[in-house]
Structure formats: C-alpha cells, structure tokens
Design a protein. Structure first.
Length: 235
C-alpha cells in the first residue's frame, strides 16, 4: 500500500481529502501544523507522496519542502490558495513536483496523486549501470552510448555521464539548475546555467528523434529540467 502524508490545517478539507485517498486504497497520515511537519521532515521523506499546503500555522509549506529536500526526493504536491504563476514557480524551484491551486476538483487531485505515486519508492536506491533512452543504450561504467539498431557507439565525457546518471536517478522529478550545478560541478567551480543548457542540447541531439520537440529531456522554464523515459516515449 502506498503511503501519503497530508499536511493541511483546514480540518474539513483534510478529512475530505483523507477519506477520498483511503477510498483509493492509499494509507494516509495527516498533520495539521507546520511546525510539527517541519520537525518530522526526515520522516516525511519516507512516504510515497507528501501533499503539502503552502499556508500553514507556524511554518510554511515552502520551508517544509526545502527541509524535506535535504533528506529525500519524495514527490511533493503543493496545495495553495495562492495560484499565480510566480507562486507555482517558487514552489517548483524549492523542490515541489506539482502545484494545485485551491479550490480544486477532487478528481483532478486524485489523478495527480496517481501520477506522482506511479513510480515513487523506486527512485532513491537505483543501482544504475545501463539504461536505454530512445533506442540507445547508455553504459555508465564505460561512458558509452550504443545505438541498438546500428550498434554504433559514441563516447561521452565524465560530466555528461554524471549528468545523465543524475537525471536517471531522478526520473520524472524536476531538478533545479542550482541542484545540478552543486551536485555535478560542486561548490568550488562556477559554471553558468548556460553550461547545463549546452549539455541538454547535446543529449537531445544524441537521444531525441526531433531535438526541437523533446520526449526525454525537458526544460522547465525558470526552474530547471526534467528527464522522462516512459514506455510511451520509447514507442
């Protein structure tokens, strides 16, 4: 059974959401106070999904999200009465995966929950040696990409392989530019975000059928990037 932590201070809404989630066979733990959720942020990272209200008593959902991201890549769905583009971008930049403005339709909430929990629980401990993207096999240990139709291989640089590995580990999760720069280049190097853009362009040339309409490597405006490698994309 998938486990969801619901952090929502409006009692009637929390009860309604919990009831509907449990009807869909999710296990639900509810928290109504921002400070309690903040204190338990490491524990929240062990759930399959966190549904997080932005405006909470004592500690905001945005602060809680930032704290959770220190420990876990658990999918986070923001709920908020503040639904402007700027608010959504802020939530995504801080590590949220989706943002649903209030008031919302329960069916839409449940669909978003289903999408976010579809692949949860498998992202954290991926032991990746080989993956296939668009008919090309990436061999992380040899730094090679092999076309499965022609058997032609090309070599990638260490940074290219490291970045591909990060995307594979966080498949379907939006990764901010700052996180990529920190994890791939570290704090002692100072590349620009344009550096990442150039790597993404390279990946699109290698893996995408049409680099102008990418299926795998997506740029999320003003936020970062997302890698998707679904069966539908492979078809």
């Amino acid at each position: 059974m998938k486990k969801i932590c619901l952090v929502e201070d409006e009692k009637s809404l929390s009860e309604l959401i919990q009831m509907n989630l449990e009807m869909e066979r999710f296990g639900v733990v509810s928290i109504s106070n921002g400070r309690e959720a903040f204190i338990r942020s490491k524990e929240l990272g062990e759930f399959d999904l966190v549904i997080l209200d932005v405006m909470l008593p004592e500690v905001s959902g945005l602060t809680i999200c930032s704290e959770i991201r220190k420990y876990s890549n658990v999918p986070i769905l923001f709920l908020s009465a503040k639904g402007t583009t700027e608010d959504r971008i802020t939530g995504l930049k801080l590590g949220g995966n989706d943002y649903l403005p209030k008031p919302f339709d329960l069916e839409e909430l449940l669909l978003r929950v289903q999408n976010l929990t579809k692949n949860s629980g498998v992202q954290e401990n991926k032991d990746l040696n080989v993956i296939t993207i668009g008919g090309k096999k990436v061999q992380f240990d040899t730094f090679e990409v092999v076309d499965l139709q022609t058997n032609v291989s090309i070599s990638l640089s260490k940074k290219e392989i490291e970045l591909l590995h990060l995307f594979a580990e966080k498949e379907n999760i939006v990764i901010s530019r700052d996180e990529i720069l920190d994890k791939i280049w570290g704090k002692d190097q100072f590349p620009t975000s344009r550096t990442i853009d150039n790597y993404i362009l390279t990946f699109r040339k290698i893996f995408e059928r049409d680099p102008k309409t990418p299926l795998y490597f997506h740029s999320i405006r003003a936020v970062g990037y997302k890698f998707t490698n679904s069966a539908a994309a492979q078809a």
